[in-house]
Design a protein around this ligand. Structure first.
Ligand code: BYC
Length: 489
């Protein structure tokens, strides 16, 4: 058996105990930066650029405030998080990888059963770098998209949650930049630099993926984004956590523990809006809750339709040779690859894919290998549906019988087989005339945006909440709801 090749820190995956975090270092880490002078210096050179980017593009207007944030201080399953007041620019962004699995093996593709790589396999270098750059690019993008939201927060509790999400996206950027610096030499350093140059929505220097160039102008969009788009993050990170390139796997495994909070923010945020809407519908015996300061279900459905459809695009085309190659190379697996009991090669297996046959929507068997994007999208859709079911339970419990739903997967798509046709939310291929006539029913309108914007008045008194959203059932980290989550001055 080939000996395990040490990584750039000179360690192998079975070295331990790496749960120990060097928290006092300029860059907190559990990757042995203290022993790797070159890497440490390269990252220390990148650090001021990151901080400059954070000051320029991070949350506007709150950089000097004390915020009650959790920080990663170790990576073991218990007690990795520490809660305290921090000024965001002083947040201890660092590099944390999940603990190594001893003798980890590649779980799929052509290298199935071989030892996981501690260094980048030369022949996969370009592909791997592109995957890491695509993933990394989304992290600062989301911070940029959300940078104006602090000024219109519905409560201090929500403001703190927004900032928690933002600093953790910043840390996720650090996670990918570490991989680029540690394993990809000069071009890795250039990519890390470029990550700080692109800007969400910028015509000349846009972020890489479509959804990350949309604006997040209001809190309804923010909650929908964290529910739908961060959930894409969960599925993509889970697939990369299966990677045969062990440092990527370990970094994604730790990122997933942070990601859970982001989806909590999205699901409970929308859930609390739904609850408030239902209360207003009952109190005033009307679906039109706008005059009462609530967000009507039809508007919620339109925002849901938008964020769901742009997030579906993030999975790429239904059939993709890129995806097949990532898998065969052992770089990106399936969701829960390790729990699946098939051959982990997928050479002859079929997978049902929904697509077009002229104007009809049909399901066809495709090669499971090329259909990997669609399979991941299916896992994602099932997860989204579970969340929508929970929102509908809130409505039902309040006595409202008007459920929210996920539109058809072909609705409003810009990537893949449905990109060139118009599909209604109920899954009919329709003509441009019907689309034009009904678009206003299905997607947020300019009037919706004006209305939502009119609701976005900041609420900053302790324990108070905007009228369009219900308070949460409990506070953060056992604190009361009226805790001072963000100090006033
Ligand atoms: N926008 O073969 P195809 C997160 C390109 S979110 C623009 O179907 P492939 C987060 C594609 O690059 C998770 N372009 O695509 C959430 C390809 O270009 P080339 C982010 C797109 O390669 C919230 C061409 O179209 N992580 O973490 O199979 C807050 C053909 O496409 C798009 C990842 O995405 C698009 N939507 O799959 C913060 C994981 N889709 O090769 C963070 C890493 C496709 O012709 N990325 N294209 O030049 C990947 O795994 C893959 O790149 C994708 C695309 C799944 C995105």
């Amino acid at each position: 058996m080939a000996p395990e090749v040490p990584g750039p820190s000179g360690r192998t995956s079975s070295d331990g105990p790496s749960a120990r975090v060097d928290y006092a270092a300029r860059i907190p880490n559990n990757v042995g930066l203290a022993d790797n002078r070159r890497l440490r210096r390269a990252l220390e050179e990148w650090q001021p650029g990151f901080l400059g980017w954070w000051q320029e593009m991070g949350p506007r207007g709150f950089q000097t405030r004390d915020v009650y944030l959790r920080t990663a201080v170790s990576v073991d399953s218990q007690g990795w998080a520490h809660f305290d007041y921090v000024k965001m620019p002083e947040y201890r962004w660092g590099i944390f990888l999940a603990e190594p699995e001893p003798d980890r093996r590649i779980g799929f593709g052509a290298h199935l059963g071989q030892r996981a790589w501690q260094e980048v396999p030369g022949e996969y270098r370009g592909v791997l770098r592109r995957l890491i750059v695509t993933q990394g690019d989304t992290e600062p993008a989301s911070v940029e998209q959300q940078c104006q939201l602090g000024r219109t927060c519905p409560s201090m509790y929500d403001l703190r949650n927004l900032f928690q999400v933002n600093v953790e996206e910043g840390r996720h950027l650090w996670a990918m930049v570490y991989l680029l610096h540690a394993y990809f030499g000069r071009d890795g350093r250039e990519e890390a630099e470029a990550m700080l140059q692109r800007r969400a929505g910028d015509a000349d220097r846009p972020r890489i993926l479509g959804a990350f160039n949309e604006r997040t102008p209001d809190w309804l969009s923010f909650f929908m984004f964290t529910f739908f788009t961060d959930r894409d993050g969960k599925y993509q990170l889970a697939s990369l956590a299966e990677s045969g390139f062990d440092p990527l796997s370990r970094t994604c495994r730790f990122m997933l523990t942070e990601e859970a909070h982001h989806m909590f923010v999205g699901e409970t945020g929308v859930g609390r809006i739904v609850q408030r809407t239902a209360e207003l519908m009952k109190a005033h015996d009307t679906a039109d809750v706008r005059p009462h300061g609530g967000i009507d279900l039809a508007t919620l459905q339109r925002y849901l339709n938008f964020h769901y459809s742009v997030s579906l695009d993030l999975f790429g085309s239904e059939t993709s040779t890129n995806a097949a190659n990532f898998y065969t190379m052992g770089l990106k697996g399936r969701f829960d690859e390790g729990k699946k009991t098939d051959d982990h090669l997928l050479r002859d297996a079929p997978y049902p894919v929904v697509g077009l046959d002229g104007d009809r929507i049909v399901t066809r068997d495709e090669s499971a290998l090329t259909a990997l994007n669609e399979r991941l999208r299916d896992d994602y859709i099932a997860d989204c549906q579970r969340g929508v079911d929970r929102w509908n339970r809130i409505l039902r419990q309040a006595g409202v019988d008007a459920p929210l739903f996920l539109p058809h997967r072909g609705f409003h798509r810009a990537i893949g087989g449905f990109a060139d046709v118009r599909v209604s939310p109920d899954g009919r291929v329709i003509g441009q005339a019907e689309w034009d006539a009904r678009r206003r029913e299905w997607l947020p309108t300019a009037e919706d945006q004006v209305f939502i914007e009119s609701l976005m008045q900041p609420v900053t008194a302790r324990g108070k909440f905007a009228g369009w959203i219900a308070p949460p059932p409990r506070g953060i980290n056992g604190q009361p709801i009226d805790f001072e989550y963000v100090r006033q001055v």
